[in-house]
Design a protein. Sequence first.
Length: 166
Amino acid sequence: MTEKPRVVIFGCGDQTRVDQAVGPRLLRQMAGEYSAVVTCIEDEQLRHEHALLMENADLLLFIRSCSTAPSPFLFREALASPAMTPHPTPLDPESVLSTFQQIRDRQPPPAFEVVIGGEHLTLRSGLWGETSEQIAEVLSFIRSLLVVPRASFWRSRITPPQPATV
């Protein structure tokens, strides 16, 4: 019997801010659904220490919100930063992947990021009321990824680049 790939999902965002709480809240909505193959990690922000939690993963998924991302969401592959550079605070997925590469001296597992976006993500927005359709769409998308936990399938679902507007 083939063993199912192990997926680690990082849901990042500040619980006290409606505009940033999407990642952790999505994790809670999925809690228990995939517990046999998915490890969910919730935190306000990514830290270098999160690289240690990637050790036995086959796939990584980062979930966060960003008001400048396209609505309803952006799905992209995250790659380790190629060179040692000062890391932003809070860390982005690329920086955590780079940390993994530096401390383990090997490539990190394939990593992807769901960025929930839209200009409605503000401190005054009623995120879980006004955008419930958007959240349902994101949840459905993430669940579809978890049904086929293979990097090749996830890569086929990446959001195409958006044309620049003038």
